[in-house]
Design a protein around this ligand. Structure first.
Ligand code: FAD
Length: 387
């Protein structure tokens, strides 16, 4: 293998380059990304960047020392075995890493709608968050909550509309209800069970015909894997790039990592596509090993964090309908959490609100697969590792 091409210059892309060199790959590496920027981190975009604390989140990686041919502003348009078609011509490869991440979903309507995926998105939105501005945020998921936090901090008049009956319902199910009071405490109006019909010039039209007037609309209703360029390439697609447990795609010599990859998880016995920073950080090492002929398995306990309304929210694992045990009383204690426990007493997932130690211990317990006493879990005074 003489030439590896990495498509997508986000965290997963740059980590792939680092992993290739760390494994001793001495051939040519081309890293291409459609954005005009050096690789940067996205989590701070909805936190410190929106809050005006920083303007740059460039990843601390020395591309010169890595001897990578970095091509900013170049997009892949198509793929056939051995060749990536790009906006600047064809690039032949021996090994290919697909790391094209995901793109935000936009809603119907002629009005301007901000999304938050890139540094340009964040800087453009930040400029609009000035005192007194009416901001409508669509979606009370992770991004919506963080945008609402920043907008409220800037003294905007913020309304968050959410189609589900709870905030964070997709990620946390009923537990998300306990975050609703944070909106109220921050002076943010939270409207639940509300469907948006369209984004218009002066705000939102809801499905029942009523209006939400706004100067700025931010759509935070999720993302789709950025894999349209792979259509017809022979790479199997199904909610992202389908990979095996080694992160190999259906095309020889091609691996996929980060937000765009739907990998087979041995741990959960199902395919997972996880839009988390930690996955973009960790998966490239395994994918690159596979590209170089190894057979390491990617099987992490997924981990995510969010900073919203002054709270550090951390989640590890993966849950469906396991037994839910609350740790502490969210109504009275700012430090609380939740555990999802399987029938066999093993921990499936843990949520820690302002309880970083719970997260660390919970993640280890999930990895180790120890059986726990669900009654002890409910007592927040008992350390998770002692349950
Ligand atoms: P990306 O970072 O999306 O990078 C993919 C790159 O590929 C992009 O630059 C894109 O332009 C480029 N690209 C796409 N198509 C093409 C093409 N055809 N040709 C060339 N280039 C292409 N995760 C957490 O765990 N905690 C958080 O608090 C958190 N906060 C977040 C806040 C925001 C605002 C956002 C957007 C994400 C956040 N995430 C968070 C998620 C985390 O940032 C992502 O999981 C991570 O960035 C995924 O990295 P990636 O490299 O797979 O994809």
């Amino acid at each position: 293998m003489n030439h590896v091409v990495v498509v997508g210059a986000g965290l997963a892309g740059v980590r792939s380059v680092e992993a290739l060199r760390a494994r001793g790959f001495a051939g040519t590496i081309t890293l291409m990304g459609e954005e005009a920027h050096r690789p940067y981190d996205r989590p701070p975009l909805s936190k410190s960047v929106l809050l005006g604390e920083t303007d740059s989140t460039v990843v601390d990686s020395d591309l010169d020392a890595l001897e990578v041919d970095f091509r900013a502003g170049v997009a892949a348009k198509g793929l056939r075995p051995g060749v990536v078609e790009t906006t600047e011509g064809e690039v032949a490869y021996d090994g290919l890493v697909i790391a094209t991440g995901a793109r935000p979903v936009r809603l119907r309507g002629d009005g301007e709608q901000h999304v938050l995926r890139t540094i340009d998105d964040a800087l453009a939105l930040r400029e609009r968050l000035v005192a007194g501005t009416r901001v409508a945020v669509i979606g009370a998921g992770w991004i919506g909550a963080e945008v609402a936090t920043a907008a409220a901090r800037a003294n905007c008049a913020v309304t968050v509309v959410e189609a589900a009956d709870l905030p964070l319902s997709q990620a946390l199910g009923p537990v998300g209800a306990h975050t609703a009071r944070w909106y109220e405490q921050a002076g943010v109006e939270l409207r639940l069970g509300v469907q948006v019909a369209s984004v218009d010039h002066d705000g939102l039209t809801l499905a029942d015909g009523s209006r939400v007037r706004a100067d700025v609309v931010v759509t935070g209703v999720g993302v789709r894997p950025a894999v349209e360029w792979l259509a017809g390439s022979g790479v199997e697609l199904d909610n992202g790039v389908v990979t095996d447990e080694h992160l190999r795609t259906s095309l020889p010599g091609v691996v996929a990592v980060g937000d765009c990859a739907a990998w087979w998880s041995r741990r959960y016995g199902r395919r997972l596509r996880v839009e988390h920073w930690d996955t973009a950080l960790g998966a490239p090492e395994v994918a690159v090993a596979a590209l170089m002929g190894g057979d390491a398995v990617y099987d992490p306990v997924p981990y995510f964090w969010s900073e919203q309304f002054g709270h550090m929210v951390q989640y590890a694992g993966h849950h469906d309908d396991e037994l839910l045990v609350l740790r502490g009383d969210p109504a009275t204690d700012p430090r609380w959490g939740a555990c999802w426990v399987r029938e066999d007493g093993r921990l499936a997932a843990v949520l820690a609100v302002n309880r970083p130690r719970d997260l660390l211990q919970g993640r280890r317990l999930i990895e180790g697969g120890q059986r726990l006493d669900a009654r002890r879990l409910a007592d927040p005074a008992v350390a998770l590792r002692d349950c």
